[in-house]
Write a protein that binds this ligand. Structure first.
Ligand code: NAD
Length: 247
């Protein structure tokens, strides 16, 4: 479904992002995965190539919180391939502290990677997509953007912002044929969830109407759909991929 497309996936080294990278590759895309460090990006690329030596994948490691750094990296990708078709803004961090234990610095750290980095990457890709008059940006939001959560205030704040950015950039980019959507995963089986206390994980799992946690591939499948021509009339949406989670 994605032959000849060039995709960039931030946070593509593990978890949901790595599943996106693999799913996009399977559909024929060339994929550039962004990691937070050279070492983790290279390790992810090596792991994928060990499974499939023909995989058209490479790694980058810009500081996503610095626009100039991101722009330099994305410009190189554009120069190399001549187009950037898909951007998955997936890198993210969570938060768990109560407001009385959260400093401004802690709050800003979450906003920096979950919101400012999404702005930086979107802007750097959008500038090329405008010229191409086509492109697709897919942000990773979260179920907490529907419900909030009773601690870790910065995290739902950041994901509500992502839904707003998604809808607004979709409206702005439509005239250039740029579609912008988001996926809102529920409880998904990655390091982020494994880091939660056991009792919290069990409680979350028990609350899921479909009776299981999401797997990274569940989210990646929705991303492939949104990136494909099957979704050519869909923009500005935040699509829940959460097993009908209600908390
Ligand atoms: P994860 O911790 O396994 O992966 C997070 C990814 O983000 C990693 O690749 C990491 O390198 C990258 N990252 C984090 N900080 C970074 C930084 N400063 N610079 C560059 N990259 C950085 O988590 P995951 O569960 O795969 O999360 C992926 C996305 O899905 C996140 O946006 C997260 O908020 C969202 N999400 C996850 C769940 C879940 O239950 N796992 C639910 C809803 C939304």
């Amino acid at each position: 479904m994605l032959t000849n497309k060039v995709a960039i996936v931030t946070g593509g080294t593990r978890g949901i992002g790595l599943a996106m990278v693999k799913a996009l590759l399977e559909e024929g895309a060339t994929v550039v995965l962004a990691g937070s460090r050279e070492e983790t990006a290279n390790k992810a690329v090596e792991g994928i190539k060990a499974e499939n030596p023909d995989a058209k994948v490479e790694g980058i490691w810009p500081d996503l919180t610095k626009y100039e750094d991101v722009k330099a990296c994305f410009d190189k990708i554009y120069e190399k391939y001549g187009h950037i078709d898909i951007l998955c803004n997936n890198a993210g961090v969570s938060a768990r502290d109560l407001i009385e234990d959260t400093t401004q610095e802690m709050f800003e750290k979450v906003i920096d990677i979950n919101v400012i980095a999404v702005f930086n990457c979107s802007k750097a890709a959008y500038e090329h997509m405008m010229v191409q008059k086509s492109g697709c940006i897919i942000n990773t939001s979260s179920m907490v953007s529907q419900y909030g959560q009773p601690s870790g205030l910065a995290y739902p704040t950041s994901k509500f912002a992502i839904n707003g950015l998604t809808l607004s950039l979709a409206r702005e980019g439509a005239k250039y044929g740029i579609r912008v959507n988001a996926v809102a995963p529920g409880v998904t089986n990655t390091d982020m969830v494994k880091a939660l206390p056991e009792d919290m994980r069990e409680k979350l799992k028990a609350s899921l109407p479909l009776g299981r946690m999401g797997e990274p591939e569940d989210i990646a499948n929705a991303v492939v759909f949104l990136a494909s021509d099957h979704a050519s009339y869909i923009s500005g949406q935040t699509i829940r991929v959460d097993g009908l989670a209600t908390v």
